[in-house]
Structure formats: C-alpha cells, structure tokens
Design a protein around this ligand. Structure first.
Ligand SMILES: Cc1ncc(COP(=O)(O)O)c(C=O)c1O
Length: 475
C-alpha cells in the first residue's frame, strides 16, 4: 500500500468510524453468533498474494462485525464499562501512526514526560495525596502483580528475585497475602504468577456490606505469625466486581502498619469516581497505602488499555523490576525516568497521549458531570427496582452498580427463582436490546446492572428497565 492508497483508505475508514459511532444502537449489543461461526468464515491459511484493502474492509464488515459485542452501545450494562470516546480514538490513531516503543526516555522523551505529567494530572483529579508517583500499565491485573512482586522483594530483602523462590522455604520465610473473598479473580492469578502460591492467599470473609472484615484479617495475620508465616501484602478492593463493596482503608492500614505489611488498593472500576469530591470517602485512610491502581480504561472515557498504577516508593518498584543489559543503557542514566523499569513488559505504547486528548477535550468539569449522571441514573433505577413488588434489589446500589432479581409475588422456591432469573437474563441478552451480566450473591443467582458507557443517557437506563419488566412478564 503506498501513501496515497493509505490516505484514501484512511478517509474511508474514518467515515465508517464516525458512522459506526452514530449508528451503534442499530447493532445487537451482545454478538448473536454461535461458537465457531466466525472462524468458519475465515480462510484456514494466509493468502500467498496480497489482497486489496477494498476486499479486506468488505470482509471486515461482512464477516467480523457480526461477531463483535458492541461495548460502546449505550445499552451496554454488562461487566464494567470499557468506555471509549472520540478524543481517545483520535489519539489512538496518532499513537498507532507514530508506532513508537516508549520503553526508555530516549526512545521517545515526549511519551515519557507526558506519562509523568498525565499520571500527576490523574493523581490530582482523584485526590490522591502528593507523594504518589504513577505509571501506566496495561491492566489492573498487571499493576497488582507489580505490587505483589514489590511486596515479595521488600519482604525478602530482594533475595527472591536473585536466588529464586526456593529462598522463601530456605529461610523459613513463607509469605502470605490477604484479600477479601469478594476481591477480583486477578488477585488470585497474580498471587499464583508471583510464585507465592494460591494456598498462601487468605480470602478474608466480607461482612453484610461486602467489605472485608478487618477483625478477621487481624486474626488471620496473627495466626500466620504464630505459624512462622510472614504476612507480606494486603490487597484492599474499592468497588468489588460483583457487589460493589468497599474495603475500609483506615482499619486495614492500621493492621498493615502494625506488622509492616504492604497495602495495595485495587480500585479498578470505582477509582474513576474519585474525580467526584463527594466520593472521596472511599480513600479515607490512604496515608497507609503503598500502591493504588484504577482503570481509566473502564470508566474514564479512555480506550483499553490504560491502567493507572501509583506507588509511594518508586525505587522499591524499579529495584524489583529493573534489568540493565548493555543494549538498553542510555547516557541520560538516573536523570530521567525509563518506564520499562516500572512494569513487566519492556515495550510500551504511547498511552499517555489518549489521556491528554480525553482530559483536555472534556475538561474535568464535564468528566465529573458525566460520572455523576451515571451514578444518579443507576440510583434512580435501583430505587424503582426496590419499589417494584415483582423484583428484589439484591445489593444496594454502589456508585453505578447494583444487583437485582425477578421475584414474582408468591414464588419463593430459591432454586426456581434462580432458574427464572437465568432465563430472564438469557432472554434479555438474546434480544440484542441490552446486555447484562449474571452474578451470584450469597449463593443466589442475581443480575448485575452497571451504568457507565459514554453515550448512555437516562432514557437508555429507563428503556432497559421497561425491557426488563416486559421480558420478565412474558416468561
Ligand atoms: C476490582 C477489579 N480488579 C481488577 C480487574 C481486572 O482489570 P484488568 O482487566 O484491567 O486487569 C477488574 C475487572 O473488572 C475489577 O473489577
């Protein structure tokens, strides 16, 4: 493809992108295909001869699009949002065009210095105190892995990285990690990947408010100490994935401080709401926190991937992850930041650019207004659900998330209610009109409702409620 062809096709694609954004509501929210259906449309092997962009793009529309779930559909109420926005997409176009590897300051000074500044903008926007330093990670999973690795190394005096995990057994320094039973599955995966062993993850029960119970954490820490096991890291969740619970940083911080335990905060979803000063209650106790992650790629209008990881002690992080072969040496040495030392992958995309575009294009006031609206619409709907005799509000609304179930008066068999709600969810998602996620709360089937897509309006939320009621009545 020569440059003229590129220009022509880029214009065609941009027109298509703008049309897509305008008409995304015409698509079913969740892909309506069967497993294998898309693979069957793709040739088994690669073409020997290059093909025209017209053909490739036509095949994209015909064969690929039907297999896409439309996360930017305003009736997407499943999982958590991964909300994108026009300024973010524009920045991604530039990032793809520059195609720079931003691993060292030298390999793109602007990318490094922009990342430092954007992390500081985000820090100020969400009210984290000065003294936290940030880097962009690909995901909250990776950020939490970095936290666990740093905690592990700090606890072993950087011996595990040098001598391998055998050193943990050899010195009798078996390490334990603590998180709420409501914590995200990435915590368990990260414990496994960090070589700490799933058996050493203590899942601390949550209370009725879905927050980790500090008194049980304190007991678990004491029990480990009695057995000669070293408590290495507590992972607090702000906004648990299933239920929207908030672990209380104050009491957790006290326990961590008393025993020198690393305190990491996973605020993957809820962290964006900290741009609203009235939601800062959730970081009360932040003084004792060592590391903190939230995902602008969930609820801050910034394309995946963009996970903001903040640490109080960058040196502990870079000491854990730095590696210095001759070919990566640079003459700037300690005078600049080389973000390759702040995470696992060496290569890094220029992800700060999309934050710069998004934050400047909307301004913080409009970002706050949008998130406050999502929260208000979810709260309004949760109130309507609670007031309807044919529905139960299964969890109280937490920011823009709640769980509900259909509960026709007189039907009280729990197993039957589970099956009824499973059928309701399938019917709703099969309709293509909206998309919701199943959940289990205290062992019972529930349907999760999460508001946060960029173009969602109050009408979409209320429209979803009408669809839910109609569909439930028709079962
Ligand atoms: C609380 C929480 N932590 C972590 C994650 C994982 O996020 P990521 O996909 O960025 O790894 C999620 C995803 O929904 C989450 O809800």
């Amino acid at each position: 493809m020569d440059n003229e062809d590129f220009r022509r096709h880029a214009h065609i694609l941009v027109d298509w992108m703008a049309d897509y954004m305008e008409s995304v509501e015409d698509y079913p929210v969740r892909a309506q295909v069967e497993p294998g259906e898309i693979a069957a449309r793709l040739p088994e092997g690669p073409p020997e001869e290059g093909e025209s962009m017209e053909r490739i793009f036509a095949d994209f529309r015909r064969d690929v699009l039907p297999g896409m779930t439309h996360w930017q559909h305003p009736s997407f109420f499943a999982y958590f949002p991964a909300n994108s926005s026009p300024p973010s997409v524009l920045a991604e176009m530039l990032t793809a065009t520059l195609a720079a590897q931003c691993m060292l300051w030298q390999t793109s000074p602007a990318a490094t210095e922009m990342e430092t500044r954007m992390m500081d903008w985000l820090r100020r926007m969400i009210g984290l105190p000065e003294g936290f330093h940030g880097a962009i990670q690909d995901s909250a999973s990776s950020a939490t892995l970095c936290a666990l690795l740093t905690a592990r190394e700090r606890e072993t005096g950087w011996a595990a990285a040098e001598q391998g995990l055998g050193v943990l057994g050899g010195t009798g320094r078996q390490l334990a990690v603590y998180a709420s039973a409501e914590a995200h599955s990435s915590v368990e995966k990260d414990v496994m990947v960090a070589g700490l062993g799933r058996e050493n993850l203590r899942k601390i029960p949550a209370g009725d408010d879905f927050a980790l119970r500090p008194e049980i954490l304190a007991e678990a820490v004491e029990a480990d100490l009695d057995r000669g096991i070293t408590p290495a890291c507590v992972i607090a969740t702000l906004g648990t994935t299933g239920t929207g619970g908030f672990d209380r940083l104050g009491p957790l911080g006290e326990i961590c401080r008393a025993h020198g335990i690393w305190l990491h905060v996973d605020a993957a979803w809820a962290g964006s709401a900290l741009i609203l000063p009235e939601q800062r209650w959730m970081i009360e106790g932040i003084e004792a926190v060592d590391s903190f992650v939230f995902n602008p790629h969930k609820w801050l209008f910034t394309n995946f991937d963009c996970s903001a990881y903040f640490v109080r002690d960058p040196e502990a992080l870079t000491r854990t992850l730095a590696i210095n072969p001759a070919y990566l040496a640079s003459r700037e040495g300690g005078r600049v930041i080389d973000y390759r030392d702040w995470g696992v992958p060496l290569g890094r995309r220029f992800r700060a650019l999309k934050l710069w575009f998004v934050i400047r294009s909307y301004g913080t006031e409009e970002l706050r207004r949008r998130l406050a609206s999502h929260i208000a619409w979810a709260q309004e709907l949760a109130g309507q659900v609670a007031a309807d005799p044919a529905f139960d509000l299964v969890t109280p609304v937490s920011l823009a998330l709640f769980n509900f179930r259909h509960h026709p008066p007189g039907l009280d068999d729990e197993a039957e209610l589970d099956r009824l709600n499973e059928r309701l969810l399938e019917a709703l998602n099969d309709s293509g009109r909206l998309y919701l996620t199943q959940n289990r709360v205290r062992g019972r089937y529930a349907i999760r409702f999460s508001v946060g897509q960029t173009n969602t309006t109050r009408d979409h939320v209320q429209g979803a409620w009408e669809t839910i009621k109609e569909t439930a009545a028709s079962l």
